[in-house]
Write a protein that binds this ligand. Structure first.
Ligand code: F6R
Length: 254
């Protein structure tokens, strides 16, 4: 039994799990259900530390014949400005290593926002158009930042924002520095899907684990949607699930 408690609030479902592995297994179930519903599903994917065990579980399930992601189309949430797809700390490299290559996805159907372009603002708008031309995302995976960001929509991002270039807050730069050797190497800007882009996905699953996320999760779920907490706009989505371990759920009034 992976879920110890399910709370339903209108269109919002909160699954509270005993530990991080159980929470990742629930999210892996959601991804597999999306691909079982439609083997050509368009999946919105996230990077960061939180989803690593999810990708491991998806690979394991595919190797056992329980799921097949090879015909999926994917769109990642974000990419650092200035990093090429070959850069080892780019999100493109993360996705290739953790999922795309071992899951044998067709590179023509895996998409990330551009990190480098002559006109990066125009390239960001082209990414939004590409998602539109594919008729949008069927299932979107999200993490959450300690400051409540989703993708790299930092506090102050508008709920109708679209894919664009953003400045990362010092908080986010500090959190990302663990992946880089020197502080000066940590990118200060990113191309991110907007909150409005994310809200157009047909179903959304947000995964948060650990006590560091408890404040952001509580702000997202217990207060009225506001610019201060970008994840709080998810309350307005028709089909969203927060999957939490006990520690990340620690700030909720239960
Ligand atoms: C990653 C992303 C970010 C992360 C968030 C949490 O593609 O969009 O919003 O989900 O920064 O990162 P971790 O999981 O490393 O705590």
């Amino acid at each position: 039994m992976n879920v110890s408690r399910i709370i339903r609030r209108g269109n919002l479902t909160i699954c509270i799990c005993d530990n991080a592995a159980a929470a990742a297994a629930v999210v892996a179930d959601h991804a597999c259900n999306a691909i079982l519903d439609d083997p050509k599903a368009k999946l919105g994917l996230a990077t960061g530390g939180t989803p690593v065990p999810v990708y491991e579980m998806l690979l394991e399930r595919q190797s056992k014949g329980l799921a097949d992601f090879r015909n999926a189309t994917t769109f990642n949430l974000d990419e650092y400005v200035g990093l090429s797809p070959e850069h080892p700390q780019s999100f493109a490299a993360y996705m290739r290593d953790n999922f795309f290559t071992p899951a044998e996805l067709n590179p023509d159907r895996t998409h990330l926002p551009p990190g480098i372009a002559d006109d990066i603002e125009a390239a960001a708008r082209d990414y939004e158009d590409l998602i539109e031309r594919h008729s949008g995302i069927d299932w979107q995976l999200l993490g959450i930042g300690n400051n409540g960001h989703i993708a790299f929509n930092e506090p102050g991002s508008l709920p109708n924002s679209r894919t664009r270039v953003v400045n990362l807050t010092q908080d986010t730069v500090n959190a990302n520095s663990r992946f880089f050797e020197a502080d000066e190497e940590v990118p200060r800007r990113a191309v991110t899907m907007g909150i409005g882009t994310i809200l157009r996905a047909r179903a959304i699953t947000l995964l948060a684990v650990g006590p560091n996320k408890a404040g952001a999760v509580a702000a997202a779920l217990e207060r009225k949607p506001s610019l201060e907490c970008p994840a709080s706009w998810l309350q307005q989505h028709a089909d969203v699930t927060f999957v939490l371990d006990d520690a990340a759920a620690g700030g909720l009034c239960r």
